[in-house]
Design a protein around this ligand. Structure first.
Ligand SMILES: [Zn+2]
Length: 467
């Protein structure tokens, strides 16, 4: 079997001592300071350029590395910059130049999403990530230790910092391209871009098309004549409720409890102990929620790729912002679908199988039997409908998934996978996943296209436990 190479992203949590945490926070703060300082300079240059059209300004302001080239001079003027290793500093400047270039580009394009001129970053709100952009430069991995280079101390000696991985076996067979240190909800992570060896693609014998929708996570129809309704992780509601409760308790406490005057004639506030306590709790719950969501999505994806060689999903275009609670919930579902796609793509890569995103335009409103298109579409509350042209009965999401499957097979010229009888289903399953596994229920045997009675059996069968 020939292996393939792919670029992937690996995120590993780190255990960091209190002292190291303060050092990393300091490094991030300095990068943030540099970003804002360069932005202030860029703003002045921009104003000047409007007046003078001086081409020298273009070289600094509108090029990829113009701002980065200012760093050596800045280091002389502000010696504290030297305590940060060169790569993260350089990347703070490159990041700003990239945002300016994105802004410039979006102005040239008439239509499409507009990007604004970069704004000042608040370190308190967003921890500035530290990017080590070259392989093995500025960092070293020894067993479960990650050794990061810092800048020079006052003694002009290179300084180092050690943090620890909670898991090391994942680095096997992977070539690291770069490293980013991030802090989210109080936890440090090392995010590696790696080159991984993945198995060769397997032959496609069974394919499944998923229709992501508001009611479920997705509804799938496979070439094996089975349908799967995958329910949303409604069990997350419990943790969401707890998060909301903690936030409201936290917000009743004093966030600005004590004013601290720091040495540089600046001051900041520290929160009350009660506020800090609830905030830690909120962070912990959010972490837990993220972990549970991740496990949920991986559990589903693994179960799907165990059965199918190709899993395709509709491209699900978000339909703007919503003010109502229902709309917001739908938006949450959209970001969940986004993550689900990432997970599907990763799991397919690891298993030598395939993931595909199809254009789902018109899949809901078109009858898959005769191709009749319902004018004006079907409103979301219609779950089952009858085609005016051929009188076929449809389960809304199943019809959409069948159209999706047709599209996918056509796009990838896999029409041979459909049996002669067409997309006739024989079994419908309901999947409900929890971090402990996928629970499936047989919803009905069906020999024709008429909607099967729901809840035909209440027995839950546990599959794929502990994956
Ligand atoms: Zn029809």
């Amino acid at each position: 079997m020939r292996d393939r190479e792919q670029i992937a992203v690996l995120k590993v949590s780190l255990s960091v001592s209190k002292e190291s945490e303060e050092i990393l926070d300091g490094q991030s703060r300095i990068c943030n300071w540099l970003y804002n300082h360069l932005l202030e300079h860029a703003n002045a240059l921009r104003e000047e350029y409007c007046k003078t059209q001086n081409p020298e300004i273009v070289k600094v302001l509108y090029t990829k590395r113009g701002l980065r080239d200012l760093i050596p001079t800045l280091k002389k003027e502000n010696p504290f910059l030297k305590v940060v290793y060169s790569a993260p500093l350089k990347n703070a400047a490159l990041r700003l130049s990239a945002s300016i270039q994105t802004y410039q580009k979006s102005r040239r394009v008439k239509l499409g999403k507009k990007s604004g001129w970069p704004s000042f970053r608040s370190w308190k709100r967003n921890w500035f990530s530290l990017l080590y952009d070259e392989p093995n430069k500025g960092y070293r991995i020894q067993g479960n230790r990650l050794i990061l280079s810092l800048g020079m101390g006052m003694d002009r000696r290179q300084r180092h910092l050690e943090v620890f991985f909670k898991e090391i076996k994942i680095f096997k067979d992977k070539e690291i391209r770069n490293l980013r240190i991030v802090k989210q909800e109080g936890v440090f992570y090392a995010v590696f871009t790696v080159r991984v060896i993945v198995p060769e693609l397997k032959k496609i014998e069974k394919a499944l098309a998923l229709d992501p929708n508001h009611k479920n996570l997705a509804y799938g129809v496979g070439t094996d004549e089975q349908a799967i309704e995958i329910s949303s992780p409604s069990w997350l509601k419990k943790i969401d409720k707890r998060i909301d409760e903690c936030i409201s308790k936290r917000d009743r406490c004093k966030k600005r409890s004590q004013k601290i005057i720091s040495s540089k004639a600046s001051s900041y506030w520290i929160p009350s102990r009660r506020w800090a306590k609830f905030n830690r709790l909120v962070e912990r719950l959010r972490r837990k929620r993220r972990e549970q969501t991740k496990t949920f999505l991986f559990t589903i994806a693994q179960a799907l790729f165990k059965r199918y060689d190709l899993v395709a999903i509709g491209d699900y275009t978000p339909d703007g912002t919503g003010e109502t609670k229902q709309m917001r919930r739908a938006m949450n579902n959209q970001s969940l679908i986004g993550r689900f796609k990432d997970v599907l793509s990763w799991v397919s890569l690891k298993s030598g199988k395939r993931f595909y995103e199809y254009d789902e335009k018109g899949t809901t409103r078109t009858c898959h039997v005769c191709g009749y298109v319902v004018e004006g579409g079907l409103s979301p509350e219609i779950r089952e409908w009858e085609c005016d042209a051929c009188t076929s009965s449809h389960i809304r999401d199943e019809n959409a998934a069948k159209n999706g499957l047709k599209k996918v097979l056509r796009d990838l010229t896999l029409e041979n996978l459909v049996p002669g009888s067409g997309l006739v289903l024989h079994k419908r399953w309901a999947w409900c996943a929890r971090p402990s596994g996928v629970f499936t229920t047989l919803r009905g045997q069906c020999s024709d296209n008429v909607a099967a009675p729901r809840n035909s059996t209440k027995d839950m069968i546990v599959l794929d436990q502990n994956i």
